[in-house]
Design a protein around this ligand. Structure first.
Ligand SMILES: Nc1nc2c(ncn2[C@@H]2O[C@H](COP(=O)(O)OP(=O)(O)OP(=O)(O)O)[C@@H](O)[C@H]2O)c(=O)[nH]1
Ligand SMILES: [Zn+2]
Length: 198
């Protein structure tokens, strides 16, 4: 669900996170009673629950909901899937793009389900490496394709806004299973995701 109304959040959890944010904002030296801030703990509680809503979702079930028997056995690529996640070390965003490919083995999957599972695993406290493998293993175990590949390119706010303060570095992670472990297949995939014509 892209957007939850306040009533749809668990009231006790929201109340607890809200109290914690009140305390954090106070500790940071802000006036929690100030007009612009007074509703911020509640807003932040809702925002954080949305940004971690992937814990409540089952990615395998999402894929299983749209698997179709089909003989097509060439490469399927969905590239440039935007993602927003939170680094588990600083709870600051990292964001970028995922590129996913698979080679069907009797079943294809509804195309929208690939971006959906990217969201399920992104909306958690993550590291980019685990996010890459979560997506890869979920497709591998559920669809059981002849091969699957996942590449993620991302920028980490914890390296940009603070800490080492590098604005232009991006991190690339990748995972390959089955036929993508063969150099020719992997090279074809990497060529297609870097081409504007793919
Ligand atoms: N491998 C990996 N590291 C990450 C990711 N997100 C953030 N980090 C890193 O996690 C590390 C945590 O290191 P620490 O030394 O414990 O934390 P810190 O003192 O805040 O480190 P600095 O960011 O270097 O200031 C940092 O090097 C971050 O850049 C990620 O997705 N994958
Ligand atoms: Zn971080």
């Amino acid at each position: 669900m892209p957007y939850k109304k306040f009533e749809e959040y668990n009231i006790e959890v929201t109340e607890s996170i809200k109290k914690n944010f009140e305390s954090i904002i106070d500790d940071l030296g802000e006036d929690t009673a100030r007009e612009g801030i007074v509703k911020t703990p509640e807003r932040a509680a809702k925002a954080m629950q949305f940004l971690t809503s992937g814990y409540e979702m089952d990615a395998a079930e999402i894929l299983k909901g749209a698997m179709f028997k089909e003989d097509y056995d060439d490469m399927v690529i969905v590239k440039d899937i935007e993602l927003y996640s939170l680094c588990e070390h600083h709870i600051l965003p990292f964001f970028g793009k995922a590129h996913i490919a698979y080679i069907p083995n009797g079943h294809i999957v509804g195309l929208s389900k690939l971006p959906r599972i990217v969201d399920v695993f992104s909306r958690r406290l993550q590291v980019q490496e685990r996010l890459t493998h979560d997506i890869l293993e979920c497709i591998n175990d559920t669809l059981k394709p002849k091969g699957v590949a996942v590449v993620i390119e991302a920028s980490h706010m914890c390296m940009m806004m603070r800490g080492v303060q590098k604005q232009n570095s991006t991190t690339t992670t990748s995972g390959f299973r089955g036929q993508f472990e063969k150099i020719e297949t992997r090279t074809e995939f990497l060529k297609l995701i870097s081409s504007d014509l793919s």
